[in-house]
Structures are given as structure tokens and as C-alpha cells.
Design a protein around this ligand. Sequence first.
Ligand SMILES: [Ca+2]
Ligand SMILES: [Ca+2]
Ligand SMILES: [Ca+2]
Ligand SMILES: [Ca+2]
Length: 522
Amino acid sequence: MWNLKKKSYNAGALKPYSSGDSLFLFLTFFPKKTRQQYEFLIGGEMLLQRQALLSLTTAALVIGSQMTSSQAHAEDLLVKVSQPVSTSRMAMHLQSQGLRTEVLTDQWIHVSGQTQGLEMASFLNSNSVVHVQKNYKIKIQENHNLKQQLADYLALNPQAGINPFAPSKKDNPPIPAAPVEVKGADPLFSKQWGMNDIGLRRALEVNPGSQIIVAVIDTGVDYTHEDLVPNMWRNPGEIPDNNIDDDKNGFVDDIVGWDFLDNDNKPYDLAATSMNDLLNGGNPGHGTHCAGNVAARAGNNKGISGVAPNAQIMALRFIGENGTTADAIKSIKYAVDNGAKVLSNSWGSEGEDPNDPDNQALREIIKYAADHDVLFIAAAGNGHQGKGYDNDTDKDPGVPASYDNDNIISVAAIDSTDKLGSFSNWGVRTVDIGAPGVKVFSTTVGSQYSDTVIPILNATWDGTSMACPHVAGAAALYWSSHPGKTYKEVKDAILKSARPIPALRGKTVSGGKLNVEDLMKL
Ligand SMILES: [Ca+2]
Ligand SMILES: [Ca+2]
Ligand SMILES: [Ca+2]
Ligand SMILES: [Ca+2]
């Protein structure tokens, strides 16, 4: 979980009406005392708007002073309609009120626009709408060490912040066909201390697994990377580049996944290319690094090996500088609807109080995944509320890792000496298992490989973000070898086969770290 901005994993930090956090809207939602009766037609459905019990006050209360006037007036909401109401018809009606809408699921609509002055109560009432909430921001997560390293370096080298790295990369390169494979050892495997630590080689001797789809829901994936391109998911029902949605899944020419941030069919990982970008919270190639640990191709005479080297990587991009709950929902729904069995989620929601079940939308889509027998692997989070270190998520939950959905596996980070990463969240009830998450070697954008984010700083790839894909890969490896098992059985097997280590005893549900050798013997 990489993010250089503060508060990237500060679930619970933001309280309504609190001071100091300036960039958030607060939605109030209170009963209206004057009862109204009226009717209106939505696409032929007569909805009786009896006794409008609630008035949705869309005035954003600006907390603090930094918000611009356009931000202050803009709303970004998720609205849940009651079951008989058609979301598309409701969306059309909202559009007729001048709002922007997007249907997310059969019950949820994303509503945005300039709502100041609109009488929301005239069309939202308890008959047709059952929940309204913020569209919470989501980020890959900050690395406190890197942030400090950057600050220290720039203090000494102020000129370095200008543009020390390569010029900007080109976005959305063409998606290459899967290459003809050349057999051979993976030359950089010995640099992957994590793969050795979890017993990968012996696990693959037991069973190398087979095809199973893992969605990497992140900043995108460099799908041109030499060690990832052989294992990119290829949508079997879609003919590339004919501008036709051949499989009629609602996405045109979606071959390896989708980009929900830019709404295109090339979920390329647009990594930051300058220190300046990084300082401003840019993405150093997070999704590509995660994807390599899930399923880099093994035995292809190139690079490294992922935990599940025969799995297929579905690339779903929804975070750049920021993502939102709406985009997370679309990504998760796409993954589930298009056959992913395991979702790798190295991100966290922002501004959310996990003790208040307000983010129903995110909880419900994770439940939707469970209902389709899909596992949701989540990074436990890197510290909390800007304090950064040694956070117990039983007390201070992370979002969504600490949700009580039983298809979540929440993953802490350990280093090569079996210590908990200094930044890693833990929780004997809310964090399930540990996995390698300090100085992790993996694929990076441009067919590169590294355990170092910024070489001149010697800043390494650390984070529960890096631990999460190891467990996602383990789930894929085991599940593809035991396709008859349910998500609960796969989760149980992963936790049961964890190797106990003192650093995780009393700090995680399993008390141990991932071990795929033992897992594959179950
Ligand atoms: Ca399609
Ligand atoms: Ca097509
Ligand atoms: Ca794109
Ligand atoms: Ca390889």
C-alpha cells in the first residue's frame, strides 16, 4: 500500500463536523417535518411519494477552509434504491433533475453533480430510496518510510524535485498477444526472498496449479511486461479491436480487464515518472508490482515467479491519484461477473468510520463476491490515522480489510526475519495471516524487476500491499488444484497451514505466516 499522502488509511479519523480535515464533504440526512404527498412518473412506473419522510440535504458542509467553491457545491453520493425500483429508471429521473448518474449494481446508483438548490426531497423518499452515503475516496496506501526518505532527500537536494527521472510514459500501449513460450529457469527467482520463505518451490512440486482468474484491483498492470503478458487473462468471448462488445458484458473490446478510472479497455499501470509525482502522491507502479507476486509466469526463462504461476491476471484499474467507492464497486462487480475467483485488494478507503456501517455499498459488493463464491484478499493496512505504526485493527479497524464479511482474508506484512513490518496493521480478531511485505522483489513497469521503489533513496517496496498478493496467489494456487472447494474451505486451508511465528501470535487469527508448501499438502 503505497501512498505518500497523509491519511491514506485513516479510516475512522474523519468524524463528521470534526475540524482539521478539510477535503471532505459531510452529508446530512434528516427527517423533514413538513410531510408532502405527490406523485411522479418514472419511465412509466408510477411511484407514490407518500409522506416524504426524509429530506436529503445535499448541501456539503465544508470542513476547514481549503475547499474550492466548486468542490464545496459538488456532491458525490451513492444511492441505494429499494428493490422494486428500477435503477435505470431512477437514474433517468435523477438525470432529468440535472444530476449525473451511473448505475453500479441492481440497487446502487452513483449520483454526482451540482445539486445545490435542488429539492432532492421531491424525488427521494423512503419508498424508493433506502440508503444514501458518501462516495468515499480510496487510495493505495502510504509508506511512511518512503515519505520520510523523500523529504530528507529533498531537503539535501532541492533540485532533485524538478524532474529527475525519465519523461512521462505513454499511456495505453497496445495489448500484446501472449508470446510463444521459451522454457527456462526464472533467473531472478533467488531475489524473491518471499517466495522462498513461503516454500513456493516445494509447493509447485506438489501441484503447480492451473488456470484460475485473479483480479488485481489496483492502479492497473503493465500488461506488456515480459513476465506478466503470458499470464494476462484473455477474455474468451471478446474479439479484440473490432469496436464491438462481442460477449455483451457491457464493455467493448475488454481483453485483459478494464480501466474504471479512465473508462477504457487498457488498464495500463501509468506509473509516476518523477520524484515530483511521487511527492504529490503519485503511483510508482503499485499494481504491476502486486501482479508479479500473484502470477508472474514461472519457468519461462525470464524474471521471477508468482505464487500462482498458472493463474491468469485480470487487470482492473480504478486508482491513480485517487479512486472512489463507486469505481471499486464497478471493479469488483466486473471481476465477479467475468469469472475471477480471487480478488487482490491492496487499497483502503478514506474518511470512513468503520464502526459506523455507513459504507453499505462497499460491504454489499464484497458480499456479492461471497455470494458468487469469490475470495476477497485485503491488505490489512499500513498504520492508522497518520500515526503510522503498530496499529491494532481490532480497536482501530481498517477499511475494507476489517469488515466482517467472511470472504475477506486480511493480510499483515512480515520481513525476512519473521518480524512484523514496523508499519503493518495487526489484530487478533481482524487480521488473518502474515505474508512477505518488506523489501519485496517483483515486476515493475517497463519489463523491469525491483525491490526498490526509488534507487537513489534505497526506498524499498514495503507494505501490506505487497503481502496481500502473496495470499491472493496462494488462494489461486490451492483453489485451482481443488476446484470443488468453497471460498470458506480455501480460506480455512490457508489459515490452517500458516506457520506459527512469535511475531504473529496473539496478533493474527492464524498466529502465523503464509506457507504454501504446507497448504498444497492439505
Ligand atoms: Ca465485452
Ligand atoms: Ca470486441
Ligand atoms: Ca487506460
Ligand atoms: Ca518468469
